[in-house]
Design a binder for this molecule. Structure first.
Ligand code: ADP
Length: 445
């Protein structure tokens, strides 16, 4: 029966390296980021701007007042607690609000204010007296669309005339419906049907087209084509806006098909460094020994909060169990949890309700918990071919210049193979990883 089949696949999933099954889960990762983020990511890099017309002056604003927003919108912005535009908003907002409308491709890591920026642009461009769709926004999943919808509602709180509708699979409308809402947000397939097959939307009346999370979008078969088909129905003078957290070649190719004559804004993510990190390794023979070493470390030094990384869900689950049996307050973050559950676990950890967070790779990717002073690699990060995953290593323990507090990283080695991995990581970063004797831990305090 289906329940035992599900149980079986669950068991199989446990032993898989965590990044395998989560690979197609970019959308979940992105949603998780949104759920746990309640402020801007700091970034000290400069934005790079490539203007469609290099001779036109480049405006950037330091305040929301300079944008001459409708009073209701300015009230909405301040109501959300925003005091000044974020770095990407400083340049993106004047471009998006210019007359005539400018097309834009913008890339910056999650948490830098892209969503808030295009929501403000959409709300500024709609004419509330016109009772038909004027802005379309496509997102890769229903959940992500919903998150953007929430931002529209918050920012438009004092602008009641503007209405919003979700073009998502579950939302079935009677034939012949002509939508009256000014903003339509949804997934590409349903949006395409509503514009084409069902004609709930007249695409010729659209003034702003937003494509959010382009990198997540292209990871799903079909979304790319559907988005391009929607785009082709829109009038020539429709403003096209595309946003992405990352920018590989594939994203770039797609972006250029969606956005003609674009202005381009990029904000590089802050570099991470190992300079302020003390790195150690502990030599063990098996997983039980690693566990005992971990307990010794815990007994010997005062650790405010630690994150412990494991390769598989199964190890993570086992370790969390053993640690709580020893009386530690442990939180477990695991791939089979719903995104909302994961966000709740991370929130509790951030508030300090638990002192240890045991997790697999993927679950913790892109999450920065600033107060974590100790990172323990219970398993070293390797890619699917068993080679050292240097990028993940850096990301787990590295700090950005901004939060360059001293940190401690402890790597557990339990075989010749993992010793080899450790050596290669050490070589890669040209930074010594010291051997730690867990029977004599004075040196690390
Ligand atoms: P992105 O779309 O790049 O992931 P968001 O627009 O979701 O970024 O912004 C990330 C977080 O920062 C959100 O909690 C948002 O409310 C907040 N935020 C956005 N712009 C500003 C701003 N100008 N000032 C303060 N907080 C902001």
């Amino acid at each position: 029966d289906s329940s035992s089949a599900a149980a079986k696949s669950e068991v199989q999933g446990e032993n898989k390296p965590a990044d395998e099954d989560d690979k197609d889960d970019k959308a979940a990762q992105s949603l998780l980021n949104k759920l746990i983020r309640n402020n801007l990511v700091s970034n000290t890099n400069q934005v790079e701007v490539l203007q469609k017309d290099p001779n036109s002056p480049l405006y950037s604003v330091k305040s929301f007042e300079e944008l001459r927003l409708k009073p209701q919108l300015l009230q909405g912005v301040y109501g959300m607690g925003f005091n000044r535009p974020s770095k990407i908003q400083e340049t993106a907002l004047p471009m998006m609000l210019a007359e005539p409308p400018q097309n834009l491709i913008a890339q910056s890591q999650s948490g830098t204010g892209k969503t808030a920026a295009f929501v403000l642009a959409m709300l500024s461009h709609v004419d509330p007296n016109n009772r038909f769709p004027q802005c379309l926004c496509v997102s890769p999943t229903y959940e992500l669309a919903l998150q953007t919808g929430k931002v529209i509602e918050q920012m438009g709180k004092h602008y009641n005339e503007v209405k919003l509708v979700y073009a998502i699979r579950g939302n079935k409308l009677p034939r012949g419906t002509m939508l009256q809402e000014q903003i339509v947000i949804g997934t590409p397939g349903t949006m395409l049907d509503w514009c084409g097959k069902f004609k709930f939307i007249d695409p010729k009346k659209i003034k702003v087209f937003v494509l959010d999370e382009a990198d997540v979008m292209i990871a799903t078969q079909g979304h790319q084509d559907q988005s391009i088909r929607i785009q082709r129905m829109l009038p020539k003078n429709c403003q096209m806006l595309l946003f992405s957290a990352t920018f590989e070649e594939t994203v770039w190719n797609f972006a250029q098909r969606i956005v003609p004559e674009p202005n381009i804004i990029k904000l590089k993510r802050e570099e991470e460094t190992l300079d302020t990190i003390k790195q150690y390794y502990v030599l063990c023979n098996c997983r039980e020994e690693k566990f005992h070493a971990l307990c010794n470390i815990y007994g010997a030094i005062t650790i405010a909060q630690a994150m412990v990384f494991c390769h598989t869900r199964k190890t993570a689950g086992w370790l969390a169990g053993e640690l709580s049996r020893e009386g530690h307050q442990v939180a477990l973050l695991s791939g089979e949890m719903q995104v909302e559950q994961r966000a709740a676990v991370i929130d509790r950890f951030r508030e300090g309700k638990e002192k240890v967070l045991v997790t697999t790779n993927v679950c913790a990717r892109g999450i920065d918990v600033e107060q974590v002073s100790v990172v323990i690699n219970f398993d070293l990060p390797v890619d699917k071919d068993g080679n050292p995953d240097n990028e993940t290593y850096l990301h787990r323990i590295g700090r950005t210049g901004r939060f360059g507090k001293r940190g401690l990283a402890i790597n557990m080695v339990d075989s010749k193979m993992s010793m080899n991995i450790l050596n290669r990581i050490q070589e890669h970063f040209s930074k010594k990883i010291e051997k730690l004797n867990t029977d004599d831990l004075d040196e690390i305090e």
